[in-house]
Design a protein around this ligand. Sequence first.
Ligand code: SER
Length: 322
Amino acid sequence: MSNCNRKILVAGAAGQVGTELVPALRRRYGPENVIAAAHRTLPEESFRKAGPFVTLDATDEDALRGLVRAYDIGAIYHLATLLSADGERDPERAWHVNLGSLKNVLDLGVEFEMSQVFWPSSIAVFGPTTPLVHTPQRTVLEPTTMYGVTKVAGENLCHYYWARYGLDVRGLRYPGLVSYEAFSGGGTTDYSVEIFTAAVTRGHYTCFVDASTVLPLMYMDDAIRATMELMAADSSRITVRTSYNVSAVSFTAGELAAAVADRVNGFTCDFEPDFRQAIADSWPDSMDDSVAREDWGWKPEYDLSALVETMLNGVREKLARR
Ligand code: SER
């Protein structure tokens, strides 16, 4: 953040990413300089007390403007969203929440001359006509979900605000994110998170995609580091203003279940695909993230075994805390 007297707003702070991005930003910029805003999902009390916390519906432009004024916000990390499965349950709302709120953030970014905006995109921008393996940075974007449609439109809107108004907007196409601190829910990659709690608490999981389903996934620490590194990079290095491919690991749901079974005695998994199978099948197996690597030095750290190990320890620790 270049104009360091102004504060950072994280909208959607209580979701899967925000729960871990807010503490990371607070460690870097000081707790009082990072305002966490949530709407429907409210965080735990310890999170609310760790720094400024407000409730906000980011689709309400006046409310957002009031907050930006009151706290002198100079940068926004806009994470509030409906994910792919929830978006198919209510496409109308997905459009309204995902793009309505983004438009507000970008407009206020220009109005208040903010130094930076971060908006996450997703593997959901891709579709069945995209090359599935090592999907390039620049390729066909014909998604089949409303979530994907909002991400493609949003990426282009971000690019437009950068080109037209000089707003420093940056984004990442996150793979499915795996973490244990918070569970956002409503996505197609949720099985890669649910399996760990199910394994530890019940010794069994029924997976909603079939065993051969491959998706690009990433442990949350890598995703937070990618976000912080992207935002800290000198703007002369940023050649992509839609959103960067970032990738870490790809494995099948069956390989994930086997890796969990290796570490949890007696764990069993069966596979009963539902409507999310078609969504998963339309997304890439792996992404080519060489542009992110070249532009700002992206490099993942967690492979499948580190991810599974860390998740199982984290889930056990979290359950013990309760
Ligand atoms: N994790 C998201 C989903 O499954 C993809 O961005 O919808």
